[in-house]
Design a protein around this ligand. Structure first.
Ligand code: SF4
Length: 67
């Protein structure tokens, strides 16, 4: 299990548009996710399969995480 802070990692794991297996940690500062987890990007379309570690210019901070 990896932890990604949106202040450092602007990847799918910390992005508002990613639908995949993840959760905020207890403090709400990082996203906890399996590094190999796959999900979908709702910004790029229903069939856009993305790994938690993928990145793109459309990134937006996951609102479940503290700013
Ligand atoms: S592909 Fe880009 S917009 Fe989509 S979930 Fe990943 S970082 Fe966010």
């Amino acid at each position: 299990m990896a932890k990604y802070s949106p202040n450092i990692w602007q990847n799918c794991a910390t992005c508002e548009f990613w639908v995949g297996p993840r959760r905020p940690d207890e403090s709400g500062a990082t996203a906890e996710v399996d590094e190999a987890a796959q999900g979908k990007c709702i910004l790029r379309g229903a069939h856009a399969e993305k790994y938690a570690t993928n990145t793109c210019v459309g990134w937006r901070r996951w609102t479940a995480l503290k700013a």
